[in-house]
Write a protein that binds this ligand. Structure first.
Ligand code: 5GP
Ligand code: ZN
Length: 110
């Protein structure tokens, strides 16, 4: 089982922010900003390269809830990041979106 599947299963503790049948949002263990939430589908999808007709509903479910998750953290301006693959710095091979905010960010992405 991958790290995030273990978190989803409750085998590894996390600080949960939001959960429903399809998605889980929890605090990143090493936050880079005052708000740094990881949002994952509850099914194992390896990366953005593995999104298909069959599982894209989980991606939609994540984006449908992002405004509510952000609001629960007191922000309505934020950056959503997905690292896909080695060169992009994906360290956990379970599709996830970083919701980052609570700080003024520059216009440059990298
Ligand atoms: P990636 O680099 O794959 O896009 O992001 C993985 C993220 O997962 C990193 O920001 C890292 O801090 C976070 N992370 C790694 N292990 C754990 C963990 O055990 N618990 C939590 N809450 N976050 C983790
Ligand atoms: Zn997984």
């Amino acid at each position: 089982m991958c790290l995030f599947c273990k978190i989803i299963a409750g085998n590894i503790p996390s600080t949960k922010i939001y959960e429903d049948n399809n998605i889980l949002a929890f605090k990143d263990i090493a936050p880079v900003a005052p708000v740094h939430i990881i949002i994952v589908p509850k099914v194992h999808i390896e990366s953005a390269n593995n999104v298909t007709d069959e599982n894209s509903k989980y991606v939609a479910a994540i984006f449908e809830k992002i405004p509510e998750i952000a609001k629960s953290q007191g922000i309505d301006s934020y950056r959503i990041i997905n690292n896909c693959g080695e060169d992009a710095g994906q360290t956990v091979k379970h599709l996830h979106f970083h919701l980052i905010g609570g700080v003024k960010m520059g216009e440059k992405i990298i």
